[in-house]
Unconditional design. Sequence first.
Length: 146
Amino acid sequence: MPTPAPDPTHHHLTLRFSSTRRGARLARQLAVQQFTEWTGLPHDSEAARTVALVTAELAANAVRHGKLPGRDFRLALLLLPHTLRIEVTDSRPDRLPTRPPAPQPVDETSGRGLLLVEAYAARWGWTVRDAFTKTVWAEVQTHPAG
């Protein structure tokens, strides 16, 4: 059976980044750049800022909690008609996020990333497809609901 042709109205990009703070920062920058190119929305739009925040949190979690020596993380972006799906795959399927995200004590300086993802993403979750990786994903609305 022939493979159907890809839908030209949807865009997809997948890249690997080093599991470092620099890799996480580059993933965030690339996600915003690609999103603005695909949608034509400005970098300072609410949707672009949400893409930056959600990508930053997912990438930072991959670096902090999903890192194994010598293993990268993968960022995948999929633009759908009203949503950008952001997927970050790391090499620690044994470390799953909690749902709902656990609130942190006021004096903690970290640990609120998934609370932000929960607040800003339309939906989010995770998938474990094999014994070596997990993918944490979030969907961001490309235009305000209305």
